[in-house]
Write a protein that binds this ligand. Structure first.
Ligand SMILES: [Zn+2]
Length: 233
């Protein structure tokens, strides 16, 4: 509505002044309203977070979201003149997090600040409102790995960091295995060892091609030989 009114006024002035209608600066097209939506983080309502609604989408300050999500840090990289996001670390507040919800604003313009995660530049839609960057929440969610939803009934923006995917199938708990007593080869059957191996074998085992010495099973065991996995004596 306001945009139409501005254009109308502009046209009237143009006609009055007898000049071609001036192009309205892009910035005057941007209308932000302090959001009236509630915000829920992982199921709990969050009290003070500054947010504006622009074109029916919610924009938040990066540091407010960082404080909330607490799984990434934010620094200003003066070399790159850019905001840097460090993943997988707790957030370090710097005192510029919101302490009150804005009731309005004086200036707004598309933000030209760059944002990086590591060396990767992020493509985030952002506006600079009264000197502070407000990012489209959906963009932040996509870049930082949280999901953004909206409960239309309660007019609540939902930020979820826990996976909403069905939990993986439970890993079957191994039934306590009753380890069978090693079948005591009670018959003092003889087994065979080799020159170099550490296993004992049945007479027919292919590992006995090179050398083959008959020993008693008890001798083999007491001398540290183990059963061959091939012939399973
Ligand atoms: Zn063997």
């Amino acid at each position: 509505m306001r945009k139409i009114k501005l254009i109308t006024i502009s046209l009237i002035f143009s006609v009055m002044l007898g000049i071609a209608p001036v192009t309205i600066a892009a910035n005057s097209d941007i209308i932000a309203t302090p959001t009236t939506h509630l915000l829920s983080f992982d199921g709990s309502l969050v009290d003070v977070v500054a947010a504006f609604t622009i074109n029916n989408e919610n924009y938040f300050k990066l540091r407010d979201i960082a404080l909330l999500v607490n799984s990434f840090d934010v620094t200003y990289d003066s070399e790159k003149s850019a905001i840097s996001i460090i993943s997988d670390v707790p957030y370090t507040p710097n005192g510029t997090e919101s302490t009150a919800k804005p009731s309005g604003y004086t200036t707004i313009a598309p933000s030209t600040d760059k944002v990086y995660i590591g060396e990767t530049a992020l493509d985030l839609t952002a506006y600079k409102i009264d000197g502070a960057n407000y990012f489209r929440l959906k963009d932040l969610g996509a870049a930082l790995g949280f999901s953004v939803g909206f409960d239309a009934d309660t007019k609540t923006v939902l930020i979820t960091t826990v996976s909403t995917a069905p939990p993986p199938a439970p890993v079957p708990v191994a039934a306590p295995t009753i380890t069978p007593e090693p079948t005591p080869n009670t018959s003092e059957s003889d087994v065979y060892i080799t020159d170099t191996g550490s296993k004992y074998h049945r007479s027919s085992c292919r590992y006995l091609d090179e050398s083959k010495y008959e020993v008693s099973l008890s001798w083999a065991i007491s001398n540290g030989y183990e059963p061959c996995k091939v012939c399973k004596p």
